[in-house]
Design a protein around this ligand. Sequence first.
Ligand code: M6R
Length: 364
Amino acid sequence: EKSGYEHFMMKEMFEEPKVIKDTLSPRIVDEGITLDNVNITAKDLENIDKIYIVACGTAYHAGVVGKYIIEKLARIPVEIDIASEFRYRDPLISDRNLVIIISQSGETLDTLVALKESKKRGAKTLSIVNVVGSSISRESDYVLYTWAGPEIAVASTKAYNTQLAALYLVAFNFAYKKGYIEDSAYKNYISQLKELPSKVEEVLKNKEVIQKFASKHYNAKSIFFIGRGLDYALSMEGSLKLKEISYIHSEAYAGGELKHGTIALIEKGTLVVCPVTQDDLIDKMVSNIREVKARGAVVMAITQEKNASIDKVADVVITIPDIDSLLAPVAAVTPLQLFAYYMAIEKGCDVDKPRNLAKSVTVE
Ligand code: M6R
């Protein structure tokens, strides 16, 4: 079943290029983007004052990326909520809202209840779900399936990449319908979407560099992930993955927030992982790297090939192929997943079945 891989998690990471393609290609038709049965017209979008994205865990982290890209492209305000918080906070939901629910399993109880609550208050609901026929898919007004296939490892990997793929489809589709992107830019983005699978394929080839780094640092007691913009969203996911399977304490911080407290924890030898994929924020991130280096941190940066000179400030640089900053999370998450995997392996952890966790959380 593991098709020659030692763990489901590794097998599933290696499926990423294929499942990203499976998620994108049926929706890219005649150089445009269609969203299956999601019948949200330009007129409907005019009546949507705000979008809520609600999810848990990794799906929530995909949602954080979703917030950035939908706001940036489609210019609709987006609020992102953890499902277990959303359902108890009497959210201000009405028929002028669209609620996007993200769930791999489609069975997470808090997420399902959040969906039902949103419907009760008159919002339209769109679910990005992986399991066909799951409770969440059945309850939603619209469903956009991620075609990631069965995900067995408790740590979610390929599902995240496909959730991002689905969110890009939504963001570009809404932006185009609202007239915020021109034909030529739309076409350009679509051709870049089509290149995502091959970019992730390239990233997977770097696994030995990450493995080597992990073999040197698996004794770390605490690891910080710092990033700005979409790299901050990515940092949250990298940190969760590491905690979940390697049991190493870790935190994700926005680069600019470091000096408001956390930098006090950086000392000689502290490991800091920095995704640096956002063109307009590179200089700022380089300053952050310098700040932590000056306090003795060991830094692993992840960046596009064109920025490889970051190795002048970081200790190790993992490169991903050159890719538009907006789309970078799809390719830049893979090194973070590989990093968590190898750290866990080095520590002798049960990667596919981490302690205290279930694949899908169907209790409150
Ligand atoms: O099935 P769901 O996407 O609703 O699950 C949500 C979380 O329980 C899930 O992403 C969890 O955080 C993963 N184990 C993370 O790797």
